[in-house]
Design a protein around this ligand. Sequence first.
Ligand code: PGA
Length: 250
Amino acid sequence: MTRVPFVAGNWKMNTSKSAAIELARGVAAGAPASSVQVGVAPPFVYLDAVGQAIGGSSVLLGAQDCYFEKNGAFTGEISVEMLKDLGVKFCLTGHSERRHVLKESGELVGRKAAAVYGGGLTLIHCVGEKLEERDANQTLAVCQKQLDELSPSTMHDPDRLVIAYEPVWAIGTGRNATDAQAQEVHAFIRGAIARKWNKDFADRVRIQYGGSMKPENAAGLLARPDVDGGLIGGAALKADSFLAIVMAAR
Ligand code: PGA
């Protein structure tokens, strides 16, 4: 089964409007037209400008979050329809910073995931254990629980479902999972998807690794059979380091 790898940049709460446009232009200029899918997820307020900056390129526009309701009295929130209006093609759910810093519950994450997928966008659903959970041998159980936020009965297109495995202890710490640690959890995730959906579906779902992925460690991680790309934070804030990871995924 050949899956087209997907490398997405999660810019988090970084850049300014001008820096976002410059970064987006740099990524668009260097991204290959095929063999790897490339995406960027800027802050909400720069989506429009970044969408214009990558216009005409192969780079997909993504959002870091959304709210599950369509519209209404939800102060400060952004709906999937609003994202689509700006040309957004994919959206993250369950990022560890939303789970652990913003205190999103599994139930809320699941509702957001259903709204993203149901709205026709590609869903990047993030899962991953905290350090104390890894030390207590709970890694696979935590990932299973977070995968169970997704509902197989409403998600039928494996090409629009992406799982990002992001061990919390590796995010922004400079300490990435080893190639073997990543592969072990990715293989478990694919198996869990096969049990929830079926094997054919699981074989098509892309599973990204995230957590201190950078040009120096990307090739090793991406060489593992179940690592189908990356969700990149810090190294996505410079076009050359992000594109080096993209090239390693080809
Ligand atoms: P990092 O972040 O690459 O800076 O570790 C990854 C992520 O949080 O998606």
